[in-house]
Design a protein around this ligand. Structure first.
Ligand SMILES: Cc1ncc(C[n+]2csc(CCO)c2C)c(N)n1
Length: 217
């Protein structure tokens, strides 16, 4: 039987591929993302984390197994720890002012993501939470995973790649996919449809997010 996550990706192949093979991805591997584009990207991306952690919280609450709760709890601890100072260092290197880090004008795709994550959490449905989390992680592993690629010199570019293609991240994405396969295959058709709709919205927004950082440059 085809994996549920494979079916979901295939249903969204156009947006998925457009994101994975985006100009941004090509440029970041060459270390050639223009500074103003990288600045816009990271400033907007930084506005994700709050709703993202809330969504992980709902996944912890709605998971059907203790083991799954533990996985997500450990993931939440990792993404909220002080260990990763990438954004701070990147903002320093790119000269992003404090107000722009804390309270930027929120772009339409960022607002779309915030709404999507809120909607998924409000659904109180584990498969719907998983669908959104899986896209956010799996699509990033997919673009960042270029075996043998030489990393760019600038850490702003290089670390954004290695954050999304390291072994720990890969293992977590593999687990997320297995989890969504398992839960999706056990769900009734109506719940599966609901999770599919969240997956679709997430993939479309990932593409729109990459697109919009180039608008106007
Ligand atoms: C638009 C956008 N989509 C997905 C990710 C990937 N991502 C979102 S939260 C998270 C875990 C904590 O870093 C990861 C890997 C991103 N950064 N920006």
């Amino acid at each position: 039987m085809t994996r549920f996550t494979e079916t979901l990706r295939a249903e969204n192949q156009q947006d998925w591929t457009a994101a994975r093979d985006h100009r941004f991805v090509d440029e970041i591997f060459r270390g050639a993302v223009p500074a103003d584009v990288m600045r816009r990207y990271l400033v907007q991306d930084y506005q994700f984390i709050d709703r993202f952690v809330a969504l992980v919280g709902m996944a912890i609450a709605t998971a059907d197994r203790f083991d799954s709760r533990i996985r997500f709890a450990q993931f939440a601890a990792m993404i909220t720890s002080d260990e990763n100072t990438y954004f701070e260092r990147a903002f320093d290197a790119l000269g992003v002012a404090p107000a722009e880090r804390a309270h930027p004008v929120i772009s339409a795709p960022t607002l779309g993501f915030q709404t999507l994550m809120r909607d998924a959490a409000d659904s109180g449905d584990y498969a719907c939470c998983l669908a959104v989390l899986t896209v956010a992680e799996w699509l990033y592993l997919d673009w960042a995973d270029r075996p043998g690629a030489v990393l760019p010199e600038d850490f702003v570019h290089a670390e954004w790649i290695t954050l999304h293609n390291n072994e720990g991240f890969r293992a977590f994405v593999n687990w997320l996919r297995e989890e969504l396969d398992r839960v999706g295959e056990a769900a009734d058709e109506k719940s599966r449809q609901a999770a599919s709709a969240f997956f679709r919205r997430a993939v479309a927004l990932e593409r729109a997010f990459f697109d919009h950082i180039y608008a106007g440059s």
